[in-house]
Ligand binder design. Structure first.
Ligand SMILES: [Zn+2]
Ligand SMILES: [Zn+2]
Length: 85
């Protein structure tokens, strides 16, 4: 994980994980007609980060099945600047 604000500004920073939370939806595990196992996990994981220059952002992502299925492609959202979480 790289802070894109710092990258865009041409500076470097350390990125700390502040916390992770995820939704609690039952996942769908099944075997298809060819016997391949699928795990379709609809849960979204939200991880909050803060870089050493004070940029705060969160990433929302989900697991990907071997077939490519995933509930959500990873998105990063900036949630502010400053020292407090
Ligand atoms: Zn930054
Ligand atoms: Zn699958």
């Amino acid at each position: 994980m790289i802070c894109t604000k710092c990258r865009d500004a041409g500076t470097r920073s350390i990125v700390r994980v502040l916390g992770t939370k995820q939704t609690q939806i039952a996942k769908d595990v099944f075997f298809d007609e060819d016997g391949n196992e699928h795990c379709h996990n609809p849960n979204i994981v939200t991880t909050q980060f803060r870089c050493s220059n004070g940029h705060r952002f969160e990433e929302r992502s989900s697991w990907q099945c071997s077939c490519g299925w995933m509930a959500l492609k990873a998105v990063v959202t900036f949630i502010g600047e400053g020292a407090e979480a």
